[in-house]
Design a protein around this ligand. Structure first.
Ligand code: ADP
Ligand code: MG
Length: 352
């Protein structure tokens, strides 16, 4: 029964557009946390506090001591495709975590959202979104930085709500995401509290700002987040190929795992889940591990932003290198070389 007259075409309203976009950007509490913590890091935060309840389903709050948002800019921060991070002229040259300007707009479409912020010596202010519509900017109390609070994620999209997993599973995903971001920023302090059940909550993750710089700071953070045993069994990885750099730490084959649970991969400081990189990590250990064992490693690939596209996916979890073969080769040979060298050193110490 095809209608005889064609239906009229009408543009979607802003709230509907945001709800649709939210489907891509915000999959679960962990993805909301990722967007909020990335915003805090982009704002130059030195300390980030995350609080959640019920796996982030009922409450997720991220507070930072970054540069804050001007009161007059608060409505813009919530509107779609408004960003302070790029001017749109050079989408291939991106240095911040964010740039699509849609995280807060999307979150406001699928949760009760309040952003409170203080910029410099201005008075603090806040704005809330209810039912997809931003309210007025109001005076607020906040010493510095920004606090973003999300309540009742997906209450407006029951279909999506149904896809959320148990509080336990959502908590695990949330903490995994936060751990990855904390590895990407060793100089930033992180405290994560579980407020389920009320009160001040329970600290579930704490990583103080690491002393030192570079590899030293990173190893301190990995020790705290993956475990002392990892740090004691890890060798530093360092390699370079045509302007692409590989660094980080990889565990000796003796410290392998029964599942791919301790594999942390970063591209230009951004945590990613990428088949090319995981495949290369595996291949780097192929002569050293049996098929049912998985290497543990935290590897950082960095290159000119022009040589990798991070704008493949709205959540930016996947990346596309201009020269994937080169990146694979860099990782495989970098790992083999550094692991072999560590093996030699170990055996010569035993012999001597
Ligand atoms: P994007 O990060 O892609 O720019 P968002 O929707 O995540 O888009 O944020 C919109 C804008 O709001 C940012 O460009 C930034 O100017 C501002 N903003 C968001 N979170 C913070 C924060 N924690 N501190 C300072 N500014 C923020
Ligand atoms: Mg953002």
């Amino acid at each position: 029964n095809i209608p005889r007259e064609s239906p009229r075409i009408a543009p979607l309203d802003e709230a509907a557009i945001n709800r649709i976009a939210a489907g891509e950007v915000v999959e679960r509490p962990a993805s909301a946390a990722k967007e909020l913590v990335e915003n805090a890091l982009d704002a130059g935060a030195r300390r980030i506090e995350v609080a959640y309840a019920d796996g982030g389903k009922t409450l997720l709050r991220v507070s930072d001591d970054g540069h804050g948002i001007r009161a007059e800019d608060l409505p813009l921060a919530l509107s779609r495709h408004a960003t302070s991070k790029i001017d749109g002229s050079d989408l291939l040259n991106i240095h911040s975590f964010g740039f699509r300007g849609e995280a807060l707009a999307s979150l406001g479409a699928v949760a009760r959202l309040t952003v409170t912020s203080r910029h410099g010596t201005e008075d603090a202010a806040e704005i809330s979104v209810r039912g997809g519509a931003p309210g007025p900017v109001r005076p607020a109390a906040l010493r510095s930085g920004t606090r973003v609070e999300l309540r009742d994620l997906f209450h407006a999209t029951p279909a999506r709500l149904k896809f959320l997993r148990s509080d336990r599973a959502e908590t695990q995903a949330l903490l995994d995401t936060l751990r990855r971001l904390a590895m990407a920023a060793p100089q930033v302090g992180f405290v994560v509290r579980d407020l389920s059940g009320g009160g001040d909550g329970r600290v579930v993750l704490r990583a103080d700002p690491e002393a030192g710089e570079g590899a030293e700071a990173l190893l301190g953070r990995l020790s705290r987040l993956i475990g002392k045993e990892f740090a004691e069994n890890a060798v530093p990885i360092l390699a370079e190929r045509e302007g692409h750099h590989l660094s980080g730490f990889a565990a000796l084959p003796t410290y392998s795992r029964g599942a791919a649970v301790a594999q942390y991969l970063f591209v230009n400081g951004r945590p990613v889940r990428d088949k090319l990189l995981t495949g290369a990590l595996r291949a780097g250990y192929s002569d050293l591990l049996s098929r049912d064992r998985y290497p543990a490693a935290a590897l950082f690939v960095s290159c000119d932003p022009m040589r990798v596209d991070v704008n493949v996916h709205p959540a930016k979890a996947e990346v596309r290198f201009r020269d994937p073969g080169l990146v694979r080769g860099l990782i495989v040979s970098g790992l083999r070389h550094c692991l072999a060298e560590a093996g030699h050193r170990a055996s010569s110490t035993v012999a001597g």
